[in-house]
Design a protein around this ligand. Structure first.
Ligand code: ZN
Length: 132
């Protein structure tokens, strides 16, 4: 398992992306709309992980709700895994609460599943795996 990316909830990609591009000296990926979460995503590719900037596109997007309630900031930490369904089954059997019991499609057409922050000390954790 490795750190894949850190998801940061922002109110405006237009305002936030240039800041991260300046800090890291890179150009962000093109904007991608993720239907499942109603978010626009742009990624800052770094050597060992990415920063995923997330902007809600609708009031009932989880990201819009997050920024409304808690303001902008770190939304989730994402880990790349292999054999995600087996891992989800196994940690669920160990009593870890899951938001997604089976993976859904996220950014970059990757499989993603979220663990419930009540089980992980308040940190929203995402698992990602390439589709086969
Ligand atoms: Zn993510």
């Amino acid at each position: 398992m490795k750190l894949a990316h850190i998801g940061i909830a922002v109110k405006s990609l237009e305002a936030s992306v240039p800041v991260f591009e300046k800090i890291f000296g890179v150009t962000a990926s093109d904007k991608e709309f993720v239907e499942e979460q109603k978010v626009n995503v742009r990624k800052i590719h770094l050597e060992n992980c990415d920063i995923e900037l997330l902007e809600g596109t609708d009031d009932d997007s989880p990201i819009s709700k997050f920024t409304e309630k808690r303001g902008e900031g770190i939304h989730h930490v994402s880990f790349g895994v292999k054999g995600m369904q087996d891992l989800l089954n196994s940690i669920k059997a160990d009593g870890i609460r899951l938001i997604n019991e089976t993976p859904v499609t996220g950014a970059d057409d990757m499989l993603v599943a979220f663990l419930h922050p009540k089980s992980t000390n308040g940190v929203l954790m995402e698992l990602t795996e390439e589709k086969k």
